[in-house]
Design a protein around this ligand. Structure first.
Ligand code: ADP
Length: 581
């Protein structure tokens, strides 16, 4: 459906009105110019005719002038004038009117200075178109001067209104003709404009539909001009958009199918925390319909809501665990910064958690059960050490080393499972980190000296802090134990530094160092860089894992710098106070 062509501001309206104005102006100008030309031509023709008329009159008039019978002359011109509707005036060389076909010559003023007489005096012929004061009308005068004696002027004239009457007919004919031509031109302009504006309107209409999402629209304009090219380009553009839209739609369908088939719950929130997308799994998991709701309207878990609030406010990705309807979930939040949206995937980790718990319980139970027989074995080994004959001493020592190693592993495993299961039941307390560090350093001094290492302790600032002193001691013991274990010469240094809100503990050594590729894994349980070396040094592969857990228990951070062959530096940063989250 096309738009009405006469709509104001439409291209048709503008071009057509423009053409109309040009045609009307040209027609009016042509009409005026033609009338003027015709009038001039007509007057010139009339002037020639009047001149001939005067010339014909001249031989008729001469006898009257020669005889001086002016009254007869006057009667003669009045008769001729009445027959021809031409005014005739005979004028003496001094300008005196001798006879006139319309008036009494005696009552007429001297005509010597009439323009046509003056011209005739100079050139033998004169003419003038002007107002006659004698007959009070516009007239065309033509005068000739008789050259030989008796000299006089014959002046013939016609009323302009007679000329106008004659021209009037011509004018109306011309007017009808011009109107006809104008109407024909307007019709032409209409067809031309319509021919030009129709495809334009079609294009505008199609572009309008395209902008409203009707991508299958095409125009059918076949022309070999710019409009044709425009229509062609429009069709190509519409096709490309159509293809693009179909591809996007396909991708969208694909994505929707994937989202719907996910076992994990999926929730997308906008910057205000309102649901903009979710899947069926989420609905089942929450047991509510989150459609169009803000997250606080359909979530009940306090921890999860707090996590979402923080993540949305800070626009920070993150993850948290929470329990809902007797199951455990891991919520993984990712920020889409470009759209200020938040994608949260809910994984059901109940089974995983159960398995982890079972594994931890087994480890804890086995370790616990092993402790009693191991302690007994150790007691007997010690007794054996004292009683064993010289030749068996070596075997007993091996027995003792392995028993010690087993006890170490069991103890470390117990510590680890206690830390992992959150089994630290005592409340945090205030303690002096410097004192703990000093005790550990004193405890290890003999071992360091034994290896010929210098062991130093440097402390700086206020080192009073809140936390779990037994676990912190275990942390320092493990770091110092490792440092001494893996250092053959040089020194081991423990540095403690109190800052405003944090305390930093650094344990550095000049030992063998850790190759870079092992650094990301050394905090894993049972991970050792060199199995044989660790074993021979009595290592369990659990020390750094305990260190990591104690740091996490205090909401601190741990990092390590190490250069193989030069030494290692473990940096633990702990908050001074344990604020409840
Ligand atoms: P281990 O009981 O074997 O020492 P850890 O968990 O304490 O186990 O340490 C893991 C591994 O990290 C060690 O086997 C050792 O290779 C490496 N490591 C730890 N501390 C140091 C250190 N100060 N210098 C060199 N290597 C170290």
């Amino acid at each position: 459906m096309s738009k009405p062509i006469f709509k104001k501001h439409s291209i048709f309206f503008r071009i057509f009105i423009g053409n109309l104005l040009i045609i009307s102006t040209l027609s009016a100008l042509i009409l005026l110019f033609s009338l003027k030309t015709i009038r001039t031509h007509y007057i010139n023709t009339l002037r020639d005719s009047l001149k001939k008329y005067a010339k014909i009159l001249e031989p008729e008039v001469t006898p009257f002038v020669l005889s001086g019978s002016y009254e007869d002359l006057d009667r003669f011109v009045k008769r001729i004038g009445a027959e021809t509707s031409v005014r005739i005036t005979i004028i003496a060389p001094d300008g005196k009117v001798l006879a006139d076909s319309r008036k009494d010559p005696a009552k007429m003023e001297n005509h010597f200075y009439r323009p046509e007489i003056q011209q005739a005096l100079k050139r033998g012929f004169g003419s003038s178109l002007r107002y006659s004061t004698t007959v009070h009308s516009n007239m065309l005068y033509v005068a000739i001067k008789k050259l030989h004696t008796p000299t006089y002027f014959v002046r013939v004239s016609m009323f302009v209104k007679d000329i106008n009457t004659l021209l009037g007919n011509l004018r109306s004919e011309l007017f009808v003709f011009v109107i006809f031509v104008t109407l024909l031109s307007i019709l032409g302009a209409f067809i031309f404009t319509r021919n030009l504006s129709k495809p334009m309107s079609e294009l505008v209409h199609a572009a309008d539909l395209l902008s409203k999402g009707k991508f299958d629209i095409r125009v059918n304009i076949e022309r070999d001009d710019e409009i044709g090219e425009l229509a062609n380009s429009f069709n190509i553009m519409a096709k490309n958009l159509d293809d693009l839209f179909n591809t996007i739609k396909l991708k969208q369908d694909e994505l929707n199918t994937i989202i719907a088939s996910l076992d994990e719950g999926l929730l997308v929130l906008n910057a205000e925390g309102k649901t903009i997308l979710y899947n069926e799994s989420l609905k089942k998991l929450l047991k509510v319909d989150p459609a169009g709701k803000y997250y606080w309207e359909f979530l009940s878990d306090h921890e999860l809501m707090k996590f979402l609030e923080n993540a949305i406010n800070r626009r920070e990705s993150g993850r948290t665990e929470f329990n809902l309807h007797g199951r455990t979930y891991l919520a993984n939040l990712t920020v889409i910064h470009s759209k200020r949206e938040f994608v949260i995937v809910f994984h059901d980790i109940t089974e995983l958690k159960n398995l982890e718990r079972i594994k931890r319980d087994i480890v804890a139970n086995v370790s616990h059960e092993l402790r009693t027989p191991l302690t007994a074995i150790k007691g007997y080994v010690e007794t054996l050490e004292e009683l064993a004959p010289q030749d068996l001493e070596n075997f007993v020592q091996i027995l003792r080393r392995h028993t010690d190693r087993l006890i170490n592993i069991v103890n470390d495993l117990l510590s680890l499972s206690r830390l992992e299961s959150g089994g630290i039941h005592h409340t945090p307390e205030k303690f002096d980190l410097q004192k703990i560090a000093r005790d550990v350093v004193s405890m290890y001094r003999p071992r360091a000296e034994e290896k010929g290492l210098s062991l130093c302790l440097k402390s700086e600032g206020d080192l009073l802090m809140e936390g779990y002193p037994l676990e912190i001691e275990q942390l320092i013991v493990n770091l110092v134990d490792n440092a001494i274990k893996y250092t053959e010469k040089g020194r081991v240094c423990v540095k403690a530094k109190g800052n405003r809100n944090t305390v930093t503990l650094i344990v550095e050594d000049t030992g063998i160092g850790i190759p870079e590729e092992h650094l990301p894994r050394i905090f894993e349980r049972f991970y050792v860089v060199s199995k044989s070396r660790s074993r021979s040094l009595g290592g369990t592969g659990l020390g750094l894992s305990i260190v990591k857990h104690v740091t996490a228990l205090h909401r601190g951070e741990i990092s390590v710098d190490s250069i193989p062959g030069k030494g290692s530096r473990f940096i633990v940063t702990l908050p001074r106070f344990l604020t409840k989250s």
